[in-house]
Design a protein. Structure first.
Length: 155
């Protein structure tokens, strides 16, 4: 992994990234202490990592269960055609469906893998039938309902 302007990332940068990925609101003084630097050089490293877009931003991690979105389903989507125009149309339309938490174009036996989060199976069935199946060029979907999230980086 390289920084845009300052060469390779060293072990201190890697440690800063590891800590901030888990604790993005950690005060710079505490971050500096944990990586063995004084505050000013640590802050300079963080600013450099942000300027290079290695750190793209900071966010709050929300609890989807408490927000009424406990049901997760992964959906394989096969398109009727995979022309550039069809892919662009699907991509643009998929962005508008709030319940689609992730959308990945896949190389393999299907074209897209969606992570869909809803309140329950009834709500999922509605989203699938009324929104996902109506996306441009969708020919077929297959659903895999999650029974338990064993590891989730968002939590």
């Amino acid at each position: 992994m390289k920084s845009a302007s300052d060469g390779p990332i060293d072990r201190i940068d890697a440690r800063i990234l590891e800590i901030l990925a888990r604790e993005g609101r950690l005060p710079i003084a505490e971050l500096a202490r944990r990586v063995g630097l004084s505050k000013t050089p640590c802050q300079a490293r963080v600013k450099r990592l942000e300027a290079a877009r290695i750190i793209k931003g900071y966010r709050a991690v929300l609890d989807p269960v408490q927000l009424g979105a406990a049901h997760i389903a992964f959906v394989e989507v096969k398109l009727a055609t995979t022309t550039a125009a069809a892919l662009d149309a699907f991509n643009t339309a998929a962005l508008t469906i709030a319940e689609i938490e992730e959308c990945h174009m896949i190389a393999g036996g299907f074209d897209y893998l969606l992570k869909v989060r809803t309140e329950d199976m009834t709500a999922y069935r509605r989203v699938l039938g009324e929104q996902i199946s109506a996306l441009p060029h969708v020919a077929q979907t297959s659903t895999f309902a999650v029974m338990e999230a064993v590891k989730d980086r968002g939590l």
